[in-house]
Write a protein that binds this ligand. Sequence first.
Ligand code: SF4
Ligand code: SF4
Length: 417
Amino acid sequence: MNTTIDNGRPSAQKVADAFLVPRDLGPTLFVEAGSANLRNADGSAVREMNDAIYEALGAVHPDAIGGQVLLKVHVGEPRCITRMNPAYMESSVRFAREHGASGVAAGDTTVAYTGPRGHRENPMGDASTYVRLARRYGWSTESDAGIPFVVLDRPSTAVPGQFEFRQEQQQNELSGIGRFKDFYLAGGFAAADFVINHAHLTLHGLAGLAGCVKSIAMGCSALRGKMRMHQSLLPHFDAELCTRCGRCVESCPEGALHLCDDDPCPVVDPELCIGCGECEAVCALGKGAITLQAEDITDWQRGQETLPLRMSDYTIGLMNGRWENTIHVLHMYSVTERCDCVNVAQEPMLKRDIGFLVGKNPFAIDQLAGRMLAQALRDEGRQLDEKVLHSARAAARHVEETHGLISETRLERIAAS
Ligand code: SF4
Ligand code: SF4
């Protein structure tokens, strides 16, 4: 391992590695909600549900854990009233401690847009805006979650002796995963010895369905990784330095650069550019006329068709070496038409809650969740937009075809007593 300077901050480690994807990650367990209203459940209903989740966690991972355990969670925006309920963390905390964890924390990353979870509103060294929001909704040692909350790309929020990390991000170089060559893990995610990825099921305007895959891809990557998935890094050219040699144009894997007679430098087509940085690297060997700069994401529709597949590839990269040490728990209650990152109060789509899915294959869980949501809506006389089912199916098919991971897994049921 060698320390590199990234974005001018000496806080990123660069790790070159080979990647490996298991073929089968075992069954998915379904903890049924029954007649329970999970969002507003009282003490005994929450306890019963936690006991069933605990049983599911043990069935999925019977082995010891050790080290520091991250419960990846989602705080949601201030006006969201259908957010993840921190009361359901008790089972994961108990499971982690009884299986040998040295420390447990809940955590989430800053986001690319504005708001109390925004990366600008929470600069390095001061993520107090985010931490205050999290505390307000039950994510702190003193409230429902009962464990500290850390901002995974802000080391200033690390908790000595319980959940420690020192980097904003870790860059892992891996080739052969779709169009990506490197993966930017949030420092806290990279430092976790074991992860329980708690995701809240919602629909999502761009991704189709927001579940376990999005929680890893967007929720556990550093800002640069999120930008990569949204294709928002673009090359900028210095006309003083550029000699119009054309090397960057030749090296661009997407054919996104063109040299025109009228322009002093190559011109980039932002619809084609994937922000891979190849042009910058090639030019750096000669003139150094290119810098890759993050554009503000203003057009969130950009790349809509391929975002689920890019998130799938990014998940494969982020999860490298972690498949056995990560359990995914999908919360299927208060399912809304838009995700919890939208700062509005929404009504749940379903009258009844579905429950929880627990397993080690995030693609299998999301695919099952899409089917369960469609069935639950049918039971209430409504239809799920085919686009939603398509995105989870396409992601599962994509990882099977390109990486060999099978997502048609066995489903086992656990009833809360
Ligand atoms: S490689 Fe550099 S110097 Fe050559 S055309 Fe591209 S930007 Fe200009
Ligand atoms: S960043 Fe990559 S895709 Fe974009 S112009 Fe440069 S080489 Fe092409």
